[in-house]
Write a protein that binds this ligand. Structure first.
Ligand code: PGA
Length: 257
């Protein structure tokens, strides 16, 4: 059975004091009572080390960005070895904001994915269509291209450490959540792609939903057959709302211990 993941993508939000008080609230809730969930936070990278050292217990902390080369003259960039040296174990790859605002190409995204696999990071690979692609009803073939260009280029063994986040761009930060029908259509499609391409392990890859997921709609979304959790932006900035989303994931978790 697939373990659910609840991941917070803080983007370029929160100050250090906010990040630390968020952790304090989460610690007070004691996440060890949710052994059937993975909870991960992607803060701004300047807070990574402090958050990793500050939080004693079960919480993944990941980088929103990195560069795939090992070292060298890449001003402003952070390598996976540097992230590993502070015990960071998760990375986000292919977020639509990085594709759009920072011109990350499919080639760069594939290089990042391969590097993260080689360095044994847990990766969350984001895919998602724009509103114009959705309106033209070409979303499934668009998403298939994004999958082919990324995870589809890997060997079956490489996919063990990868989760996929389906994030329709038109739902990100807009308050417009994809409907359960839309989510089911896409998540079932991604599952068939994975099982078809990777017959042994494709069923184990976790598929998260992202795009205005919040404490009100999380339970319904996480109840869908191929929704294995969420990547939460706006609603993850408030520790109480984020904790309610964790509780929603716990309630619908299909794992039996
Ligand atoms: P949102 O962002 O929850 O604010 O829509 C999700 C994301 O971009 O990961």
């Amino acid at each position: 059975m697939r373990k659910k993941i609840v991941a917070a993508n803080w983007k370029m939000n929160l100050l250090q004091s906010d990040a630390l008080s968020f952790l304090k609230t989460l610690r007070s809730h004691d996440l060890s009572k949710f052994p059937q969930l993975d909870v991960v936070i992607f803060p701004s990278s300047i807070f990574l080390e402090k958050m990793i050292n500050e939080y004693v217990g079960k919480l993944g902390i990941g980088a929103q960005n990195f560069y795939f080369e090992e070292r060298g003259a890449y001003t402003g960039e952070i390598s996976l070895d540097q992230l590993k040296s502070i015990n960071c174990s998760y990375v986000l790859i292919g977020h639509s904001e990085r594709r759009t605002y920072f011109s990350e190409s499919p080639e760069l995204i594939l290089n990042k994915l391969k590097a993260a696999v080689n360095k044994q990071f847990n990766s969350v690979l984001c895919i998602g269509e724009s509103i114009s692609v959705r309106n033209s009803a070409n979303h499934l073939s668009f998403l298939e291209d994004q999958l082919n260009d990324s995870i589809g280029m890997l060997e079956e063994n490489d996919i063990k450490s990868i989760s996929i986040a389906y994030e329709p761009i038109w739902a990100i930060g807009t308050g417009l959540t994809a409907s359960v029908e839309q989510v089911n259509e896409v998540h079932n499609f991604i599952r068939s792609f994975l099982v078809d391409r990777f017959p042994n392990l494709g069923n184990d890859v976790r598929i998260l939903y992202g795009g205005s997921c919040n404490e009100q709609n999380a339970k319904e979304l996480f109840s869908c057959l191929n929704v294995d959790g969420g990547l939460i932006g706006g609603a993850s900035l408030d520790s109480d709302k984020f904790y309610q989303i964790i509780q929603a994931a716990n309630e619908v978790s299909r794992i039996e211990y």
